[in-house]
Design a binder for this molecule. Structure first.
Ligand code: SF4
Length: 247
C-alpha cells in the first residue's frame, strides 16, 4: 500500500491571535465632530461669543497647585460643589502631598477627610487607585493624552478634559458637565443628555481655540442665570434660545 504523502508543514508568518491584539477601546478614540448645519454652528458660536463677554474670567474653580491636584479635586467634584471640594483639599494635600503618598494612604483616613464631598467610599478608592496608577505606570507624572488619561481609575472624559485643558494645556475636547448638558438642551443644540454626543456637538460648533472655555462659560451661565429655574429675563442669549420663557 502506498504510503500517504506526509503533508508539508507550511509556516505562517506569526501573527497575534485576535484575542491578544489590543484594540483601543471605543471610548478612547478622539471624538468625531457631529454633523451640524452652518446655521447651528453660527448660533452656537454667537452664544459662546456673548457668554465670553458676560463671563470674562470663567475658568476652573477648583483650587490646585499642580495637574495631579486638579485631577484629584475633579474626581472629588463629582455630584458635589467646587466650594465643598475646596474645603477638604487643603487637609487632603497637606497629609498626602504627592501621588506616591496618596497611593499609600490609609483608606479610612481618606474617607474621613473627603466625607463631606459625598460618595466618599468610591471616591477614596478612585483617588488612591488613580494615584497608584500614576506612580506605577507614568512615573509619578500625569499622562498628557486622552487615551492614557482614560486608563486611570475614576477618570472619564469630563475629568480628563478638565485636567488636559486646564492643567496641561492639551486641547483635546470640551468639558461636558451637568450645566453643559442642561444648557445645550435648552438652547436646542442637542436632543440628548449623552455627554459624548454633546461634546461631539461642541467640537463641531465651536472654534478649536474656544474648546477650553466652552465648558466654563456654560458652567457659569448655568450657575448664575440658567439654573433649575431659568431667569430668561436676565439672559444675554435669550434671543438665540428656543426655550426662553417670557417674563
Ligand atoms: S433664555 Fe432662558 S432657558 Fe434659554 S439659555 Fe437663557 S436662561 Fe436658559
Amino acid at each position: 500500500m502506498a504510503k500517504k504523502k506526509a503533508k508539508k508543514k507550511t509556516t505562517r508568518p506569526k501573527t497575534k491571535r485576535a484575542s491578544t491584539v489590543k484594540k483601543p477601546p471605543a471610548r478612547l478614540v478622539e471624538l468625531a465632530p457631529a454633523s451640524i448645519s452652518s446655521a447651528e454652528r453660527d448660533r452656537a458660536r454667537e452664544v459662546v461669543r456673548r457668554l465670553g463677554k458676560e463671563y470674562p474670567g470663567a475658568g476652573v474653580m477648583l483650587n490646585h497647585r499642580n495637574p495631579w491636584q486638579l485631577l484629584i479635586s475633579t474626581i472629588l467634584a463629582a455630584q458635589c460643589t467646587d466650594a465643598k471640594v475646596n474645603e477638604v483639599t487643603p487637609e487632603l494635600f497637606k497629609r498626602f502631598p504627592t501621588p506616591k503618598a496618596l497611593a499609600a494612604a490609609d483608606v479610612r483616613t481618606l474617607e474621613r477627610i473627603i466625607h463631606p464631598t459625598g460618595f466618599f467610599r468610591n471616591k477614596s478608592k478612585s483617588i488612591k487607585n488613580a494615584s497608584r496608577a500614576i506612580v506605577e505606570r507614568f512615573g509619578g507624572k500625569l499622562p498628557r493624552t486622552m487615551e492614557e488619561m482614560l486608563t486611570l481609575p475614576g477618570v472619564a472624559r469630563k475629568t480628563a478634559n478638565v485636567v488636559l485643558t486646564d492643567a496641561l494645556g492639551v486641547n483635546s475636547g470640551v468639558v461636558v458637565d451637568t450645566h453643559n448638558i442642561r444648557l445645550s438642551g435648552r438652547l436646542g443644540f442637542v436632543k440628548t443628555a449623552d455627554p459624548v454626543e454633546i461634546e461631539r456637538f461642541w467640537i463641531a460648533a465651536a472654534e478649536r481655540k474656544d474648546w477650553p472655555v466652552v465648558g466654563h462659560l456654560l458652567y457659569s451661565h448655568g450657575q448664575q442665570v440658567c439654573g433649575r429655574k431659568p431667569r430668561c429675563g436676565e439672559c444675554v442669549v435669550s434671543d438665540l434660545c428656543p426655550s426662553r420663557e417670557s417674563s
